[in-house]
Design a protein around this ligand. Structure first.
Ligand code: SF4
Length: 329
């Protein structure tokens, strides 16, 4: 703990604003609980393809309890149980699992599954599908794998000029669930300028949690000296929160995995610090950042509410079935 902080006159103006909502979304919560319950029910090890959610602390914690994270299914011994991550997998991965007689539990977020269904429907209707997203992201790979012949990736407005389609009157767009809302609107506008008959997805692909966290970070960013976003570097929605904070008027914004990554110099001359976290971040990591600030003379955080969330997803049906059979529900 050390010495109590020595306050200077400027300290009276200090404030810490805490975004609400922040942190875990319904899809992440479900995915993490899925692995925990699978470990309880089947015993260690339980294999998980890719990081269950994009947070290194969550992954390390589950590893400590007996989960083994693999990149691809050929690393899983035949007959073992494997959990698919919240980001979703392509049909090819399901086929590989079947070929290797793996027992699978699919923790794909239902809101990602919704985008997969949209991709299949547009492909069945023979549309060219423009998938707005980031190359190499697992969710994009999974969605694109639903209809590889029909889907092409568009990473932003700069890609639009190079798009080649078979019939400009039969083009639809979809997106990754964790993009910047504003940037995606720009990209869609640029696509629509080229293809005026562009078909929209039936509902927003950018999920409620991504939208709410961006709205919340905007509320706490305008005019603030410093925004700290808790989240891992491979977490798309966390990285977007830093960008949104800067666009909304924060003087500086940084992403940290936890309080240990905060650079003391960021606080020099800073009165207002705003804090938020990505959709895959446990609240204890945010609490660590608030303690760090408190130890340096900042007051208790004031929550700024911009949306209420109450969504909960049921666990994957294959896990519920086994839990029920074992009398664990
Ligand atoms: S960020 Fe959205 S799409 Fe991703 S797991 Fe959470 S709710 Fe699902």
């Amino acid at each position: 703990m050390g010495m109590p902080p020595i306050l200077s006159p400027e300290d009276a103006d200090r404030a810490v604003l805490l975004a609400a909502p922040r942190g875990y979304c319904a899809g992440v919560d479900r995915a993490v609980i899925t692995v925990e319950k699978a470990l309880d029910l089947y015993g260690a090890p339980v294999y998980v393809r890719k990081q269950i959610v994009h947070n290194k602390h969550v992954v390390a914690d589950l590893e400590g309890r007996g989960a083994i994270f693999v990149e691809e299914l050929d690393e899983v011994p035949a007959g073992e149980t494997v959990v698919f991550s919240a980001h979703g997998v392509s049909p090819e991965v399901h086929r590989q699992a079947e070929a290797r007689s793996l027992k699978t539990i699919d923790a794909t977020c239902p809101l990602v599954t919704k985008v997969h269904h949209e991709a299949k429907r547009f492909a069945n209707e023979d549309y060219d599908i423009l998938l707005i997203g980031h190359a190499g992201h697992e969710e994009v790979e999974g969605t694109a794998g639903e209809a590889p012949e029909h889907i092409q990736l568009v990473q932003g407005p700069d890609d639009v000029a190079g798009i080649v389609v078979r019939d400009p009157s039969r083009v639809a767009w979809l997106s990754q669930t964790t993009l910047s809302v504003d940037e995606t609107l720009e990209t869609v506008a640029a696509i629509r300028e080229r293809f005026p008959e562009l078909l929209d997805p039936p509902s927003d692909d950018i999920c409620y949690a991504t939208q709410n966290r961006q709205l919340a970070v905007k509320e706490i960013s305008a005019g603030t000296d410093l925004v700290i976003v808790v989240g891992s570097g491979n977490s798309s929605n966390s990285v977007r929160l830093v960008e949104v904070a800067l666009e909304a008027g924060a003087h500086a914004a940084y992403r940290v995995d936890d309080a240990s990554e905060i650079d003391e110099t960021w606080l020099e001359g800073v009165s207002t610090v705003s804090v938020t976290s990505g959709a895959s971040v446990p609240e204890e990591l945010v609490n660590g950042v608030l303690s760090f600030l408190s130890d340096r003379g900042y007051p208790d955080a004031r929550a700024v509410h911009s949306a209420e969330e109450s969504l909960i997803f049921a666990l994957p049906p294959e896990l519920r079935r086994d839990l029920k059979a074992a009398g664990r529900v």
